[in-house]
Design a protein around this ligand. Structure first.
Ligand code: ACO
Length: 401
């Protein structure tokens, strides 16, 4: 078959696949996902092994450049990122302009897009070196935006971090350091956040990643493409599910903890309620990330000495769903977001910041996918449609309508 000729002519044939349930948008060598078997691998390495043995920056390097870094490569990568860990002072003015009540995802998306204005050269990615510079720039500046988003909410001064710290330690310090107080790192929290970020780092062509690729395919800059990805992640059917899960668990607790009542609501087709944190477009088996996070939630809460009744409600819901024919028949299992919010909460992260933490973890994946798309010189993303509107009509002047 002459694929080139086929591509250049539609031949009048268009496939319709709402939600792209069965349509591949690209060829990719980054993340392998087998939804039937519950397998997830980054560049061929299993998620279980990476979560246990690697650190987040190593995984970021792996996703973006394709290989695990040597110590030298890792240190250079980190040093280059650290050089970029300040933002233009005028970004503070933009942060100041948001109301305190603004949702952190809206703030983060706007700030990420605004970074282009202060770093116009980041749009030029004609060489691999230009691309590298844009990549380390955003990896350095994004944690500052994440931290400032939280600090703004809490009315705290917009400080910078400490470049002597590891990437994840630095994020935590930037987020939580109180004025005139020393910030003491808690290893349990650092390790747990590192693991959560690794688990969220990539997930092939999901809604936000496809958004980043499609916006980037018009050759809009990296930061603008990421900003669009952040907006896509915000929704409760995607990354916003981690916030929605916790709000749902809280509501069940407030309502007396009757999980059966909510199971019935989720199954009722006349009720729009869905069991948040359950189901996945691709996994028709256990989400392997959910398994790791569930164990991690037990460990973190145990280590921090936190007793959270919400965890018991979550486990109760999971048990009931796994024995319920509605969920079994539709292959609805807990997804990555079902337990992550419980850990974030134990770390002291406010509920509406959960999706921001997801974005921080997903950043290397978005970057890797954008870079792959640009290096492969993919064409602009432009789906077709099946027109179902009026055929041809004659214009009717307003006085005669
Ligand atoms: N609760 C109750 N019923 C559900 C749920 C749920 N959480 N998820 C799916 N279903 C049902 C649907 O009603 C549908 O039933 P039907 O066949 O009787 O009509 C069937 O299962 C298939 O569901 P779809 O919506 O067609 O599946 P889709 O692949 O389009 O959606 C999604 C996947 C969006 C994740 C869905 O399962 C959902 O809304 N889950 C809750 C939100 C959530 O947790 N999102 C996070 C996903 S992970 C991530 O993005 C990081």
């Amino acid at each position: 078959i002459d694929v080139k000729a086929l591509r250049s002519s539609t031949g009048g044939v268009i496939t319709i696949d709402p939600g792209y349930k069965n349509t591949g948008s690209c060829e990719s060598g980054i993340t392998f996902l087998d939804g039937e078997k519950g397998i997830l691998r980054y560049r061929g390495y299993s998620i279980e092994e990476l979560a246990e043995k690697a650190d987040f920056l190593e995984v970021a390097y792996l996703l973006i450049f394709g290989e695990l870094p040597t110590k030298e490569q890792h240190d250079k990568f980190h040093a280059d990122i650290k050089k970029q860990s300040v933002v233009d002072d005028d970004v503070r003015k933009i942060v100041d302009a948001f109301p305190k009540s603004a949702h952190p995802m809206g703030v983060l998306s706007s700030l990420t897009s605004a970074l282009t204005a202060f770093n116009p050269s980041s749009v030029n990615v004609d060489s691999e070196e230009d691309m590298y510079n844009s990549v380390v720039k955003i990896l350095g500046k994004f944690p500052v935006l994440v931290a400032w988003t939280l600090r703004k909410k809490h009315g705290l001064p917009l400080d910078y971090g400490d470049n002597n710290l590891g990437y994840v330690e630095n994020v935590l310090k930037m987020m939580f350091k109180q004025p005139n107080q020393e910030y003491v790192q808690n290893k349990v929290i650092v390790d747990a956040l590192d693991k959560l970020l690794i688990l969220h780092a990539d997930h092939e062509q999901n809604c936000s990643t496809s958004t980043v690729r499609i916006v980037g395919s018009s050759h809009a800059g990296l930061f603008a493409s990421l900003s669009a990805g952040i907006s896509a992640l915000w929704g409760p059917l995607h990354g916003g599910a981690n916030q929605a899960v916790l709000e749902m668990l809280e509501a069940i607790k407030e309502d007396g903890g009757d999980t059966k009542k909510y199971m019935a609501k989720a199954k009722d087709k006349n009720d729009s309620f869905r069991l948040m944190g359950f189901g996945h477009r691709v996994y028709k088996n256990f989400d392997p990330r959910a398994k790791i996070i569930k164990t991690s939630a037990d460990e973190v809460l145990g280590d921090l000495g936190v007793e959270d009744p919400i965890l018991d409600i979550a486990k109760g819901l999971e048990k009931e769903a796994l024995e319920d024919s509605y969920f079994v028949d539709r292959k609805l299992y807990p997804n990555v977001d079902f337990y992550s919010g419980i850990i974030y909460r134990a770390m002291g992260i406010p509920t509406d910041m959960f999706t921001v933490m997801f974005a921080l973890g997903r950043l290397p994946g978005w970057i890797a996918q954008w870079r792959e798309m640009r290096l492969r010189k993919e064409p602009i993303g432009r789906p077709r449609q099946l027109y179902i509107g009026e055929t041809h009509r004659s214009f009717v002047p307003m006085s005669k309508r």
